[in-house]
Ligand binder design. Structure first.
Ligand SMILES: [Zn+2]
Length: 321
């Protein structure tokens, strides 16, 4: 996920106009990989100090941040501690004269009315914004994007159910785990219970397939021969549009069946759909840092079907863009 600062369009900050150092990150000074990582209220660039409501001169260089210079190029910018900066020699009369030539709105946050020491961020759409209001606007934009993605996900899920030539089968795999080796390597599971349910929730197949040699330890009672079991499963799945959570969930099943010489029962990939992306888009949550969290797997076939029904039943709200 890209950082918030990559996708927004502030016209002045947090860019800077060229106080970049050729020396790169200092040995003992902190270096921040992005403006998001710079703690609020501690550091400022020379330009930010100069453009404070009461302009200041920097003290010794205190940190660096990877940002953009005045021409929009990626550069390492030097940061100074605000508490080590000092007021410039400008008199009140000089400041007032300079202020008369500038737009008074530029010093006031157009959203919350704050008059921060540090110059608000000039945006084309919203006017001057304090960093908090700018962050909120950015998050709102992310939420609007998420809402559009949710609408698309609902449409995709409905199309999956309506326009498919084959009936739906929701597939979920539960593995019989065998723990780890003394060296810490995970042992491959000894068996897989493959649950396939239809759109009405009825179980269409639920074989327990052995994934290791019949002589291996920790095979659950009732685990069936993988070769014949995979063939029966393949016959059921070949008639269905199969919904899985994600392909990775099937890796152990695939490897286990292959190790036992069994055929892979999900041949036609055009009829296999992943649900994790769909569910993530439908949840459409935006974290405080702007990241979109990945939806958690429901963990059972019936719960996946329940989730799918929730997605398809969601109203396409007109006032959501
Ligand atoms: Zn504000």
């Amino acid at each position: 996920m890209a950082s918030l600062h990559d996708t927004t369009t502030p016209t002045t900050a947090p860019t800077d106009d060229g106080t970049s150092t050729g020396a790169g990150p200092g040995r003992s000074r902190p270096h921040f990989p992005s403006w998001q990582d710079v703690p609020a209220g501690i550091y400022a660039t020379e330009t930010q100090l100069k453009t404070m409501d009461f302009p200041r001169r920097p003290g010794p260089p205190a940190a660096t941040v990877k940002g953009r210079d005045g021409l929009g190029r990626t550069a390492t910018l030097t940061l100074y501690r605000i508490d080590q900066s000092v007021p410039t020699a400008s008199t009140a009369a000089q400041l007032a004269a300079a202020r008369r030539r500038a737009d008074p709105a530029a010093r006031v946050c157009a959203d919350c009315g704050a008059r921060p020491d540090r110059a608000p961020i000039a945006t084309e759409t919203y006017g001057a914004l304090c960093p908090t209001c700018w962050h909120i606007r950015t998050l709102r934009q992310r939420q609007e994007e998420a809402a559009r993605d949710r609408t698309a996900a609902i449409r995709t899920a409905r199309a999956l159910l309506r326009h498919s030539s084959r009936p739906l089968g929701v597939l979920h795999v539960d593995y019989t785990e065998r723990g780890h080796t003394p060296a810490g390597t995970r042992r491959s599971p000894s068996a897989a219970k493959v649950t396939v349910i239809g759109a009405n929730g009825r179980v269409l197949a639920e074989p327990l397939l052995r994934l290791v040699s019949a002589r291996a330890k920790s095979i659950p009672p009732g685990a069936g021969d993988p070769v014949s079991g995979a063939d029966v499963l393949a016959a059921v799945l070949s008639k269905l549009t199969v919904l899985i959570w994600c392909h990775r969930d099937l890796d152990d099943l695939s490897a286990g069946l292959r190790s036992q010489g069994a055929a892979w029962p999900l041949q036609s990939h055009g009829h296999v759909h992943e649900m994790s992306m769909l569910a993530t888009a439908w949840r459409g949550e935006v974290h405080q840092d702007g990241a979109r969290p990945v939806a958690l797997a429901p963990g059972r076939a019936d719960r996946m079907l329940y989730l799918l029904n929730q997605i398809t039943d969601t109203a396409l709200s007109a006032n959501r863009k």
